[in-house]
Design a protein around this ligand. Structure first.
Ligand SMILES: [Zn+2]
Length: 405
C-alpha cells in the first residue's frame, strides 16, 4: 500500500515540476536554465531533464544566447508559439466573435458573425462552423488546437461551464462548456463571464498591467463588473460576483430591463437603453442631417461629436454617468481597488462622461477613500473579453501535463 502511495507521489511530483518549469518559461521566457532552477527551486539536473523533454516534445525552443554572468553565455529558452493553438470566442446577444491564437497571444485569424442567439444549439453550431472555417483559413493542424476559452454574459458556474442565467442571451441552465466541447472535437472548454474575462485581459495586456487589485466595468449591451483581487478573478461563492447590471437603482417606475424587472442599472446605462433614449430625444431631422439611419443607430453614431454634444444626448450621458459613479462608490468602498477601468462602448463617450462618473463617485465616498482608486477608460485595441477568453484557455492548457500522446 505504502509503496504504491510513494510511487504515485513521485509521479505527481514529476508531473507538477514539469508543469511548473513550463509555466515559468511561459511567463519569464526567454530564460536561461540556471535562472529556471533559481525560479523553480529545483536542482539544475532536474531542470535539465525536464527541459530536454520539453524540447524533444517541440514545446520549448532554444532561442540564441543571453548575457553572460561571468562564464559562457547561456542558451535561452522560450515556449514555441506554434507548439499548440487556442480557440477563443466572445458571445453576446446576436453576435459571436471567434479567433485562433498561437501561444504568444497573436491572433492568427478571426471571425465576427451576426447570429440568432436565442437557441443555444444554434450558437454552438455557428461557433463550430466558425472554428472549422478558421482552421481552413489558417491552414493549421486542427489537432494542435488544444483548448477553448469562452467569454459570455450571464451568471456562470465556471467549474462546470454552465450558464446559470443570462438575461442578455435569455438562457437558463445551459451547459455551454460541454456542448461546445462536443462540437469542437472534444477539446476542453473554459467558460467565463464576459466582464471577468475582460478584467483579466486588461491586467495582462491593457492598462491594468502591474496592478494586483482592480475592477473592470463593462459598459456595453450588458453592464457588469470584473473584480480582480490579488491577481485573481474574484467570483464569490457561486462565481456570480460583479453582476451589478441588474441592481435595481430605480425600482419604482424605472425603465423596463431585459431581466423583466424595473430600473436596473443596465436598463439605464446599457447600450440598448442609451440608443433607445437618444432616438426618442432627438428629432428625426437631426439624424437625417448627418446621414444617420435612426432605425439602425449604433453607439458609434451617438458618440459622433455633433450628436454627442447636443444638450439632449449630454443629458442622457450625464444621467448614465451619475448612476455608474454611484455604483462605483459602492464597489470602491467594498473592495478598495487600486484601479478602475471603464470598458465597453460607453467608455468611448469622451472625457465629459468620465468626469461625471468620477465626480459622482467621489461625492458618494468617505473623503478618506477619495483618490484611492485611479479611474481610466480602456485603451485596448483588441476586444478585451475575447483576449481574456484566450488568457483563461492558455492557463488551462498550461495546467495540463501532456499536450500530446
Ligand atoms: Zn435587470
Amino acid at each position: 500500500m505504502n509503496n504504491k502511495g510513494n510511487a504515485s507521489n513521485s509521479k505527481d511530483i514529476k508531473r507538477l515540476n514539469r508543469i511548473l518549469v513550463r509555466n515559468i518559461i511561459r511567463k519569464l521566457g526567454p530564460i536561461a536554465r540556471y535562472e529556471l532552477a533559481k525560479e523553480t527551486g529545483l536542482t539544475p539536473p532536474t531542470v535539465t531533464v525536464i527541459v530536454n523533454e520539453l524540447i524533444s516534445d517541440g514545446v520549448v525552443l532554444e532561442v540564441g544566447h543571453g548575457e553572460s554572468s561571468g562564464g559562457r553565455r547561456p542558451v535561452m529558452l522560450e515556449i514555441n508559439p506554434q507548439a499548440a493553438y487556442i480557440f477563443a470566442l466572445r458571445l453576446q446577444r446576436d453576435e459571436v466573435v471567434t479567433a485562433l491564437f498561437n501561444l504568444k497571444g497573436d491572433i492568427l485569424s478571426h471571425h465576427k458573425r451576426v447570429i440568432d442567439t436565442a437557441a443555444p444549439e444554434r450558437v454552438v453550431e455557428a461557433v463550430g462552423n466558425s472554428f472549422d472555417w478558421l482552421i481552413e483559413d489558417t491552414g493549421i493542424d486542427r489537432e494542435k488546437v488544444l483548448c477553448c476559452g469562452v467569454a459570455s454574459p450571464g451568471l456562470i458556474n465556471t467549474q462546470r461551464g454552465v450558464i446559470g442565467h443570462s438575461s442578455n442571451l435569455k438562457w437558463d441552465r445551459v451547459p455551454l462548456g460541454a456542448m461546445l466541447s462536443k462540437r469542437l472535437y472534444g477539446i476542453p472548454v473554459h467558460v467565463e463571464n464576459i466582464s471577468n474575462a475582460a478584467a483579466l485581459a486588461e491586467k495582462e495586456y491593457g492598462c491594468g498591467r502591474g496592478y494586483h487589485d482592480l475592477i473592470y466595468l463593462n459598459l456595453s449591451v450588458g453592464v457588469g463588473a470584473g473584480i480582480i483581487i490579488e491577481d485573481k478573478i474574484y467570483g464569490g461563492s457561486k462565481g456570480y460576483a460583479g453582476e451589478i447590471g441588474h441592481i435595481a437603482v430605480i425600482s419604482e417606475n424605472g425603465p423596463e430591463c431585459a431581466c423583466g424587472r424595473l430600473g436596473c442599472l443596465e436598463a439605464i446605462c446599457g447600450v440598448r437603453a442609451i440608443i433607445e433614449r437618444v432616438k426618442e430625444a432627438l428629432p428625426d431631422a437631426v439624424f437625417e442631417s448627418y446621414g444617420l439611419n435612426k432605425n439602425k443607430l449604433s453607439m458609434d453614431d451617438i458618440i459622433f461629436p455633433p450628436i454627442l454634444e447636443t444638450k439632449e444626448v449630454e443629458g442622457i450621458f450625464q444621467e448614465a454617468g451619475n448612476w455608474v459613479g454611484f455604483i462605483l462608490a459602492h464597489l470602491v468602498s467594498i473592495f478598495n481597488p487600486e484601479l478602475i477601468i471603464l470598458g465597453g462602448e460607453l467608455s468611448k463617450a469622451g472625457p465629459k462622461f468620465l468626469a461625471t462618473v468620477v465626480e459622482k463617485m467621489n461625492k458618494n465616498l468617505l473623503k478618506e477613500l477619495v483618490g484611492t482608486a485611479k479611474v481610466v477608460c480602456s485603451n485596448m485595441k483588441d476586444d478585451p473579453a475575447l483576449i481574456g477568453a484566450y488568457v483563461l484557455a492558455l492557463e488551462m492548457l498550461f495546467s495540463i501535463e501532456k499536450w500530446y500522446g
